[in-house]
Design a binder for this molecule. Structure first.
Ligand code: AMP
Length: 145
């Protein structure tokens, strides 16, 4: 199973925010869209970073409520680990485990963001794969019994 198969299933919509937006705006987007992270884009639309709910919690714990008026750029992670559509889901799980994060943006050949895979998408695809394998084995056993 590859990243492209997950994207074909879930779609390629991405939720992005400008690095100049405030943390309060980002928190609103996360809550309204019921997601755990947003892609941060610079003026030219390139990937500038990622901001997850953990960054929002950390910012408030560190700087108090004033953090909400500061820019997303002040709290996002700039060094983003990305993947491409040809990467396997196993490779993605390895990235998430090693890096201790739950979101990985997918870049296309022009280095533009073409989707975002969350740990929930990975778990969903692994469960679907496991159920399909179990069904195949059951069919095989009943056909040969
Ligand atoms: P998460 O587990 O995705 O909520 O993120 C935990 C921390 O890792 C936060 O500080 C995020 O900004 C950061 N993070 C999330 N995804 C990535 C990624 N793909 N590459 C680098 N850092 C990330």
């Amino acid at each position: 199973m590859q990243v492209r198969h997950i994207l074909q299933d879930k779609g390629r919509d991405i939720v992005a925010i400008a690095d100049s937006a405030t943390l309060a705006e980002a928190a609103r987007v996360l809550a309204e869209r019921r997601i755990g992270a947003v892609i941060v884009q610079d003026n030219g639309g390139s990937l500038a970073g990622i901001l997850s709910e953990r960054d929002v919690v950390r910012a408030i714990a560190h700087d108090g409520p004033l953090a909400l008026e500061r820019s997303v750029g002040a709290y996002m992670t700039r060094s983003v680990v990305t993947c491409v559509e040809a990467d396997t889901v196993e490779a993605l799980m390895e990235m998430m485990t090693q890096g201790r994060f739950r979101h990985v943006p997918v870049l296309d050949e022009r280095q533009r963001v073409a989707g975002l895979i969350s740990i929930g998408d990975v778990v969903k695809s692994r469960i679907a794969e496991t159920v399909s394998e179990a069904n195949s084995l059951r069919d095989y056993i009943s056909a040969t019994a």
